[in-house]
Unconditional design. Sequence first.
Length: 268
Amino acid sequence: MALISAAVCPYPPGLITEVAGEAAAQSDTLRAVCAESVRRLGLPQLGINNGWAASDGFGARRPDETTPELLVLVGGDDTTRLFQTAGAYASLRAQGIDWSTGWGQDNEDAVPLPLSLSVGYWLLDYGRPPGMHRASVAFQAVALDATPQQCAALGRELAGRADRVAMLVMGEGSAVRGVTVRPHPNEQAGRYDAEVAAALGAADAERLGRLDLVESNRLNATGRAAWQVLAGAADGRRFQAELLAGPAPGGVGYFVASWTQGVTAGGG
């Protein structure tokens, strides 16, 4: 039982085309690289007749020993909780935006997902072939103030839920770049984001695990907990990694990365 692929994406509401409206084109590049990172997860897709999709143009794959059996969508929130898949749906109403989507809305036990998971939910559907849906998805929120040890333990537990697990990890780096007054100097935010970029671009779980809780909170880096869940799920495995996007100078720490199947550490 192990993690075999991961995608890391940010979660600005403007990624959602229906929310962005006429401004959607401003996020076209970020949206495209996020979609590419999701495509690289190698997720199988189910059709309405329970047949497997075969359209490689959409990243759909027939199940075999290399395809994930379970996708876990991970993102930060006020508390750590696992949402019941049947009743979960994406919503931005808590952010004052009248938008929601998802089959769970019609369930008697419907529960809206937090912002990070709601944007991730939308990304999973973005570019999906009509009539197809993702199979075996779990929605896991992690408390933004969870300790690195708690995050790592949660990641290991999530990776053990199926023989082959994929993760879509929603998180953002520093949100204080451009602020020049103390206690948020640009230099500190730049160093932090550079460390995150290096770790994600090398699939360096140990480096992610060393991100400091206090510093992350000071820099409003909401991805720290989710990234450390990913680090725990990796659990010594090696991955082929690519940093598809990083923060622009003076911008919010938006990272997009792809980790795909490598070999077990120490296995050559």
